[in-house]
Write a protein that binds this ligand. Structure first.
Ligand code: HPA
Ligand code: MG
Length: 220
């Protein structure tokens, strides 16, 4: 419907909402690395759906960007898959349209999790030429994003847009919402598609929920 809230906010909408009682998909229905057999509970979002949803985010971003060139700031390490797929989709859409958007890609590295717990202090590494657009993998409390945005604003970019693949429902009380997001998920610790648990599971394609055995096995 034209003129609704989602459109006014720039096309982000609510994302795909995954409800608290969503049982996920059985791991037996998909392939995944053998070294993780027994460590996962279920598949929350299969890889194909992630990629398809990201393509739509790319289209929404393209529509809002207009004729501006963009700098994509990828938040490592968890955001690298989402960022790479998003950039690829923007490139493809742009190639097949009238206006070819010029893109630069930059990276920052953030670390704020230990086991499955959010830590108080956060490290930011490698920010130098930051502007216009940021891509991130997951928004939980929103604390990480706020710290990063404070940093970026010092560079006075013309426009800042935040794209996140996932938003956890815990983030609402904190008041932070990215401009674009793929999925709104329950307050679960998830792994895969570059999201880690102590550096493990980044090599898993699907976004999955880790089980107690997996947590114990890779605890530090
Ligand atoms: N998984 C992995 N990394 C994260 C998460 C999560 O659920 N939340 C914040 N960082
Ligand atoms: Mg991590």
């Amino acid at each position: 419907m034209a003129g609704n809230g989602a459109a006014a906010r720039g096309g982000g909408g609510r994302g795909v909402v995954i409800s608290d009682d969503w049982p996920g998909y059985s791991l037996d229905l998909f392939t995944y690395p053998q070294h993780y057999y027994g460590d996962l509970e279920y598949v929350l979002i299969p890889h194909g759906i992630i990629v398809d949803r990201t393509e739509r985010l790319a289209k929404d971003i393209m529509q809002d960007i207009g004729d501006n060139d963009i700098v994509v700031l990828c938040v490592l390490k968890g955001g690298y898959k989402f960022c790479a797929d998003l950039v690829e989709h923007i490139k493809n859409l742009s190639r097949n349209s009238e206006r070819f958007i010029s893109m630069k890609v930059d990276f920052v590295r953030l670390k704020s999790y230990h086991n499955d717990q959010s830590m108080q202090d956060m490290q930011i590494m490698g920010e130098d030429d930051l502007s216009k657009l940021t891509g991130k993998d997951i928004v939980g409390t929103g604390r990480t994003m706020k710290v990063l945005l404070n940093h970026i604003e010092k560079y006075n970019p013309k426009m800042i847009k935040v794209a996140s693949l996932l938003v956890k429902r815990t983030s609402w009380p904190d008041g932070y919402r990215p401009d674009y997001y793929g999925f709104e998920i329950p307050d679960l610790f998830v792994v895969g598609y570059a999201l880690d648990y102590n550096e493990y599971f980044r090599d898993l394609n699907h976004i999955c929920v880790i089980n107690d055995r997996g947590k114990a096995k890779y605890r530090v």
